[in-house]
Every structure is written in structure tokens, then in C-alpha cells.
Design a protein around this ligand. Structure first.
Ligand code: F6P
Length: 355
């Protein structure tokens, strides 16, 4: 059996741990297996590239950040667009899947990766997905790998930012990643004792936040720490698409929400306000122990599905069990933070500002 494996979309901690677990499990439990590593996500499949990943290649990578296969983003919208050569990217992938003699392809990635995997399934390829992303926003799974490692990094960073904020008696806006969903800002914000958390699911009214800051300062607090998800936005920006939102912000002479809020807060409250964008440090480096275990379980489960001939699914976590979700049932959907989420309730009861 020839099994392809690729990592696609934005990277995160734990990709190599999944490759390792899936590969070792396949080699140990299926006779005559060949694991073919496809470089740079669907990009490699489009170009028809791949090379054998032997047992030796899988050694020593459990705790290695990034991905030994490399990754790339392949926008879903362009998959079926026919190029100058008369063939779409999807058609090329299907042709190369067959030319490479693959019996199955393991697609490790986020929401976009799963949408593309569903297209491959539709075209008759055997695919098994594994849910990755620091955003934790893949529909149908309680958790994605990479998320907890990112929470650890963001939490430690906010802890550090608080000490300098306390020294200088400042308001600090800390931007985490999370474009569509606010899980990372919510979890790291609560874990680091942030005073306010701003997420895309709960559009913000700036004056309410300023009132909260002034009240907290009046009570004698030296610092106000605000965890801001990258995709958080104002009520006045709700309903705008990402591109329209950046257009509106550019018109105002601002780039990001933190940028806007820093100026607004300083002007309205008079308190010195600074921003800190955590950025890619949340995606890099070794996976935490929780993710190493999760990745190992997910990779092994993907290998089990292949052994059982269970294709066209992605591995998902439900409670403490690993289950299979049909790709077409989850593709194109997102798991958002809801107002009823128990973490939201917990944060509100602790007096954390949330819209
Ligand atoms: O991995 C998901 C994510 O972290 C989003 O939160 C963010 O918008 C995006 O990746 C940015 O990644 P890149 O710059 O690599 O496209």
C-alpha cells in the first residue's frame, strides 16, 4: 500500500509528531506499506512531487517544531479554476495522486486543508484528514493540535507583559492570532489573568471598554491587560469582510484593531497604552506535552482508519474519544466561540471584560 502524507496551511507545533505517529503506526501494523512524503502541502501534489519517508526519517522529530515536509497555502477558491495549460489545480492533484500510485493520502491541516481534501474525496481519491491549527476553529472536533502549545506561548507572553505594564502603570493590548475564532485569546487571556478579552465573535464598542479601563484604574489598578484576537473588530465593522475591514482601517490611517484601540484608549482615558503583537512565536517551536500526546493519538488513529479502509473522513476529538467525521459534513464550516461557552461564562463571572 502506498500512502501519501502532506502538511498544508499555516504551520503549528506538533505537525512532525503527527507525521511520526502515523508513519510508525503504519509501518508497524500494515504489511508492505510505503509512506510517501509530499512536500509543501497540496503544492507538492499539484507538481507531482513526493519521496519515500522511511522509518529513519521519522526518528527524532516528535518534539521538532515546524514540519519536515514543508507547507504552503493553496486557496480553495482557486482549486477548480482552469489554468493557461487547460488544467485546474484539482485535476493536477487527482492526476498526480494516480500517477504516484497512491492508495490513500493523509492531509494534515486546518479548515482550508479539509475543504481541499473534501474536493479530492469527491474526485474519488482516498483521503484521511488530521485537524491542525492554533486557532482551534475546525468544526466537529473539540480540539485541534497546536492550539494548546500556542496557548502556553501566549500565556507566558502575557504574564511577562503584565510585569512591565505594572512597572509603568500602563494599559497593554496583546494581540494573539485567531482570525475567525477567538479561542486562543480567550484561553490564554483567562490563563494569564487578563482583565479584558476581545474576540471576533463579540464585536466591541470602544467606549464600553474605555469605561471599564477607567473604572479599574479608579480602583487603584496599576495595569490593565487586554488580550485581543487578531480578528477582533468594532461593532461598526461587524458584517464587513476581512478585505473591506482592512480597507476601512487603512482609510482611518490604522492597520490593526490593536493599533486603533491603543490610540482611542489613550485619547479617551488619558492612560498610557501600548501594544504587543505576539505573531508567529505562537506557531513555532516544540509542542507542549499535551499536544505531543494528542498528536500521537491523532496520527495513530489516522493509521487505524487507513488499516480499516475508512476513507473520506477526518479524525476528530469528542470528549475523550477519537471519532471520524465525514469530510463533506465539516468542510467549509467553522467552530466559533459562542456566548454560551463555559469559558465565556467563567470569564464573565470573574469580572473579565467581554462584550
Ligand atoms: O494558523 C492560522 C493563523 O494563525 C491565523 O490565525 C492567521 O490569520 C494566519 O494563520 C496567518 O498566517 P500566515 O501569515 O502564515 O498566512
Amino acid at each position: 500500500m502506498r500512502i501519501g502524507i502532506l502538511t498544508s496551511g499555516g504551520d503549528c507545533s506538533g505537525l512532525n509528531a503527527v507525521i511520526r505517529a502515523a508513519g510508525i503506526s503504519l509501518y508497524n501494523n500494515l504489511k508492505g506499506v510505503q509512506l510517501v512524503g509530499i512536500p509543501e502541502g497540496y503544492g507538492g501534489l499539484i507538481r507531482g512531487e513526493g519521496s519515500i519517508l522511511g522509518r529513519d526519517d521519522l526518528a527524532g522529530i516528535l518534539d521538532k517544531g515546524g514540519t519536515i515536509l514543508g507547507t504552503s497555502r493553496q486557496p480553495f477558491k482557486q482549486m477548480e479554476v482552469v489554468g493557461d495549460d487547460g488544467e485546474s489545480k484539482l485535476a493536477k492533484m487527482v492526476r498526480n495522486y494516480r500517477a504516484m500510485g497512491l492508495d490513500c493520502l493523509i492531509c494534515i491541516g486546518g479548515a482550508g486543508t479539509h475543504k481541499n481534501a473534501a474536493l479530492l474525496k469527491r474526485e474519488g481519491c482516498n483521503v484521511v484528514g488530521v485537524p491542525k491549527t492554533i486557532d482551534n476553529d475546525i468544526y466537529g472536533t473539540d480540539v485541534t493540535f497546536g492550539f494548546q502549545s500556542a496557548v502556553e506561548v501566549a500565556t507566558e507572553s502575557i504574564d511577562r507583559i503584565r510585569t512591565t505594564a505594572e512597572s509603568h502603570s500602563r494599559v497593554m493590548l496583546v494581540a494573539t492570532m485567531g482570525n475567525k475564532a477567538g479561542w486562543l485569546a480567550l484561553h490564554s487571556g483567562i490563563a494569564a489573568g487578563a482583565n479584558a478579552i476581545l474576540i471576533p465573535e463579540m464585536p466591541l464598542h470602544e467606549d464600553r471598554l474605555c469605561k471599564f479601563i477607567s473604572e479599574r484604574k479608579a480602583l487603584g489598578a496599576r495595569s490593565v491587560i487586554i488580550a485581543v484576537a487578531e480578528g477582533a473588530h468594532l461593532r461598526s465593522e461587524a458584517g464587513l469582510k476581512k478585505k473591506q475591514r482592512s480597507f476601512v482601517r487603512t482609510e482611518r490611517g490604522e492597520t490593526t484593531i490593536t493599533n486603533h484601540l491603543a490610540e482611542y484608549i489613550e485619547e479617551k482615558t488619558g492612560y498610557a497604552t501600548r501594544t504587543s503583537v505576539l505573531g508567529y512565536i505562537q506557531r513555532g517551536g516544540a509542542p507542549c506535552a499535551y499536544d505531543r500526546l494528542l498528536c500521537t493519538r491523532l496520527g495513530e488513529a489516522a493509521a487505524d482508519f487507513i488499516a480499516e479502509g475508512r476513507f473520506g473522513v477526518t479524525v476528530a476529538v469528542k470528549g475523550n474519544r477519537l471519532v471520524a467525521n465525514e469530510l463533506e459534513d465539516i468542510a467549509g464550516k467553522y467552530k466559533h466561540v459562542t456566548r454560551g461557552d463555559r469559558m465565556i461564562k467563567c470569564a464573565k463571572e470573574l469580572g473579565i471584560f467581554l462584550e
